[in-house]
Write a protein that binds this ligand. Structure first.
Ligand code: KG4
Ligand code: ZN
Length: 340
């Protein structure tokens, strides 16, 4: 097989999105994502429902990914899958499926760390998207993760800061729940924040050592603030929703930027790549862009479909590991708390 003809099927099932993607060398031929709307009614992901939905979705999603890529199973060079971190029941669906398919086709199996994949999504071949040069700092921000990672090369990554409690996306979603917004609340808070006054209400930022984050205190502060205000004025939320959202967003951006500035100062690295669903946030994007002038850093944001959970990011890591001959054994096990 020549280097020019490597087809990798990537499978992602760590949380509530079932996704399959085919990558030909570094280029995406298909990236199919089935999101699970069933969780909306519960205001958060219900693990048992997630794994059941993965079981229903995985065969049609893989089928569609192959069809869109216009290839057959026989052309695949290897199967890459998310080994962890994530919800165990969800991970097991993708892991078992990938193992059986690789075994049946007699092709290599490649295990992928979901957090590394969020970072290496920046190396998917795309016109008009610049790739970060090594070394760079990656900030992964989503409903499940908040990390700052020093990336020396594709496979040498060091977590230099992470949340000690909630992820930043959870801070958005839990704040939204307090305000009576739908799930996930991040996009709506972001939209309303653009119409409100970010300094209307002040929420204190947590004190956390080093480059670590904490978001659970902010959620509690918002809860107490809203309880107090609605006691005095039952219409407080509806009368001030945009200002509340803008103030929450302002605080969250402040927390992220403080740690990022500290990380740049400590490491001397000025290339910053972001990933994860929260990187869609307009305020965070603006703060990062403004920082290019103010702090002299350069930022890298992948295409939106590669920032949220997706299988193309799993397939690109599969491709990079394939080139290294770094394969998994058939007895590899899913790992809910897999570390970078
Ligand atoms: O990466 P993702 O799709 O799934 C994982 O959590 O892994 O991220 C989903 C998270 C949710 O918490 C959602 O509220 C948040 O990303 N989110 C946003 C925005 N768009 C999505 N948060 C803030 N602003 C946004 N524009
Ligand atoms: Zn993720």
């Amino acid at each position: 097989m020549t280097k020019q003809n490597i087809y990798i099927l990537g499978i992602e099932s760590s949380c509530d999105d079932t996704s399959a993607s085919v990558i030909h060398n570094g280029t995406v031929l298909s990236n199919v994502v089935a999101s699970q709307s069933i969780h909306e009614a519960y205001g958060g992901v219900v693990p048992e429902l997630a794994s059941r939905a993965h079981q229903q979705n995985i065969v049609p999603v893989v089928h569609q990914a192959l069809k869109k890529a216009n290839i057959t199973k026989a052309q695949l060079s290897a199967i890459a899958f998310t080994r962890g971190p994530g919800l165990m029941g969800s991970l097991l669906v993708g892991t078992s499926f990938a193992k059986s398919l690789a075994y049946g086709l007699n092709i290599p199996l490649i295990d992928v760390n979901h957090m590394q994949a969020h970072i290496l999504a920046h190396f998917i071949e795309e016109d008009d998207f610049k790739k970060p040069p090594f070394p760079f700092l990656a900030m992964t921000i989503s409903g499940g993760h908040t990390q700052i990672v020093k990336v020396d090369n594709y496979f040498k990554m060091t977590v230099i800061g992470e949340t000690i409690d909630d992820a930043v996306g959870e801070a958005y979603d839990k704040s939204g729940k307090i305000l009576g917004l739908g799930y996930p609340a991040g996009p709506e808070i972001d939209k309303r924040a653009q119409l409100g006054n970010p300094k209307a209400f002040k929420f204190t930022k947590p004190r956390v050592d080093g480059l670590n984050f904490s978001f659970s205190g902010l959620k509690t502060a918002i809860l107490y603030f809203i309880q107090k205000q609605t006691k005095a004025n039952p219409n407080f939320i509806t009368e001030h929703l945009n200002d509340i959202c803008a103030s929450i967003q302002y605080t969250i951006i402040g927390i992220l930027m403080d740690k990022l500035k500290k990380a740049v100062k400590e490491t001397g690295i000025t290339h910053i790549a972001i990933g994860g669903g929260v990187s869609a946030n307009s305020g965070i994007r603006k703060a990062l862009k403004d920082g290019e002038q103010k702090f002299g850093w350069t930022t890298y944001v992948p295409k939106f479909e590669y920032t949220t959970d997706n299988a193309a990011m799993i397939a690109i890591v599969g491709y990079l590991k394939f080139l290294e001959g770094d394969f998994a054994a058939q007895d590899v096990m899913a790992s809910a708390r897999l570390k970078i």
